[in-house]
Design a protein around this ligand. Structure first.
Ligand SMILES: N[C@@H](CCC(=O)N[C@@H](CS)C(=O)NCC(=O)O)C(=O)O
Length: 203
């Protein structure tokens, strides 16, 4: 079955696409144009009622939420070993890392990325960045502690949690947030070096 991913390059749909590449799924991408407002059109709203990306169909009708999609794909491709076993002590850390990424990292790093890089200069508000800085400082310390001297965010193997967290840290790196955090920087460079990542983010 070909999976249809609806998304916009560089957005959270790329988080999903990166994981589709990691598990070797057969998929295509229906690319929407934010500038044309295609994500707010009736066709996309039927898949994602908030008019956001990604949306996908993994065989049970439209599904939303990038992290949930990645976790579902990890379970559907259990043979690839991209989620710790239910009985593994790493399973709790896996949930923690993924939920932390979408609840705290997305909400901290993405607005900073918008107001430091993505928006045209005249539309950037330094106050947004300033307001997020204390949370980022705490998050960076927390993630460095969780990472320790390991290669991956959970356990000793690459998992779906690395894609969910790695997406945020890749944005963080582009706006200089990883300076002074050598472990996070080295981790993010490892993620960026993965062939599946390179396929989706060729720049
Ligand atoms: N929690 C959702 C967030 C989705 C989301 O906010 N997507 C952004 C792109 S990264 C979007 O579609 N923005 C368009 C808009 O706000 O109109 C997920 O992870 O899928």
């Amino acid at each position: 079955m070909t999976i249809h991913l609806h998304g916009v390059p560089g957005s959270r749909s790329s988080r999903v696409q990166w994981f589709l590449e990691e598990v070797g799924a057969t998929y295509d991408v229906h690319t929407l144009d934010f500038m044309k407002g295609e994500h707010k059109g009736a066709a996309h709203l039927a898949l994602q009622p908030h008019g956001l990306v990604p949306a996908i169909d993994l065989g049970q009708g439209p599904m939303i939420e990038s992290a949930a999609i990645v976790m579902a794909l990890a379970d559907q491709h259990a043979d690839k070993g991209m989620a710790p076993a239910l009985t593994s002590p790493d399973r709790a850390r896996y949930y923690e890392a993924i939920v932390y990424a979408v609840s705290t990292l997305d909400e901290t790093i993405i607005p900073m990325y918008f107001h430091k890089k993505l928006l045209p200069e005249g539309k950037r508000d330094p106050k947004v960045v300033e307001a997020k800085e204390p949370t980022w400082k705490t998050a960076a310390g927390f993630l460095e502690k969780r990472l320790g001297d390991r290669q991956f965010i959970v356990g000793d193997k690459f998992t779906a949690a690395d894609v969910v967290v790695g997406y945020d840290l890749c944005l963080a790196m582009q706006i200089g947030l990883l300076e002074g955090h050598p472990k996070l920087k080295a981790y993010t460079e490892r993620m960026i070096g993965r062939p599946a990542f390179r396929k989706v983010f060729p720049g």
